[in-house]
Design a protein around this ligand. Sequence first.
Ligand code: PSV
Ligand code: MN
Length: 397
Amino acid sequence: MAMSTAAQQEQVFAALDGFRIEVPSWGFANTGTRFGKFVQGGAATTIEEKFADAGQVNLLTGASPTIALHVLWDLPGGKADVPAIQKLEKQFGVKSGSINPNLFQDAEYKYGSIANPSAEIRGNALAHLLDSVEIGKELGSTDVSLWIADGSNYPGTQSVRRRIEWMQEVLKSTHDALGEGQRMLVEYKPFEPAFYHTDIADWGMALELARNAGPKAKVLVDTGHHYQGTNIEQIVAWLLHLNALGGFHFNDRKYADDDLTLGSIDPYQVFRIFHEILSASAAERASIAFMIDQSHNLKGKLEAMVQTVVTAQELYAKAALVDRAKLAGLQQECKLVEAEETFRGAFWTDVRPMVKEWRIARGLPAEPLQELAKSGYVEKITEERGSKNAKSASSYA
Ligand code: PSV
Ligand code: MN
């Protein structure tokens, strides 16, 4: 028997009430490809504008009360910038979320940061990580989220083994500085910017480094950071099983790390990931940080962010409709077609009317994208920021 509509509504409402997804500050700023940058008049050029935009997305969706900060881009003064950030939190009703150290931009990291053969450069990288931990403490943020861009471009030019030991050392020291309630998330990525070997290339390497660092270190899965065909939901299931899943960077892609809006290419994959999450216990789920990591070049920044949050909510709602008890029975009996149809049935359910009812019931705009268009917010910021943006064609963040 399929679930009744009332039962479906209950499932969807409960899932949406518990679902929050963090927006990235850099998703509101101008970005580009390695071939060029198309500046948007309304893109955020200051941390204040990023907070304002994040506040707007949260007002429209009710699901994104935190903003991920990238230390060098958002707190160039380090800890000294914390009071200014706290002011913005109050002003725009959005809290600081994950703190992202930046170990990929400075010229000294050309041959690596925490895996650099130079002890001095590794020391500088550690100092930046420790500063980031302190910033996190002062802002009351839970996660320090590490993406290590280290690697090499040609075979034989670096010792992969030595670099593992160097990374272990720095990550352990970083872990030991974490405060009560703080965590360290280790992100992996198979290639880019390095094109021969990347020091933390997959979830196994990230997991091992996290375990070596200590219990507050967990793995972060960026959906764009896998080879074509990788079964990401299986990785998610394993990480859940090992109590090692710290969070996600959600985006979509067709080819490499394209950072497209979520579900734009393969919504079924996101649904399958959410199914694993919703099959986990409430306690396991509570410790997963859902974050967006997208930086689209052509779509309007605000529209793209609202689109992703709404898509995430819809796919989460669909996954909430999987009749897990029924599915478990069918799986046990190896009733393949019935099991698959039960699973796919939830995916094919049009949840949009129910999600809309949830929004109305929670006092939120029924149609966030339409509301954004009606609000005139994008026109307002384009007007206010247009001339600054025209001048800023050279800065990435
Ligand atoms: C790297 O591709 C990455 O996914 C990391 O999470 C960075 O912090 C982010 O993108 C910034 O562009
Ligand atoms: Mn990422």
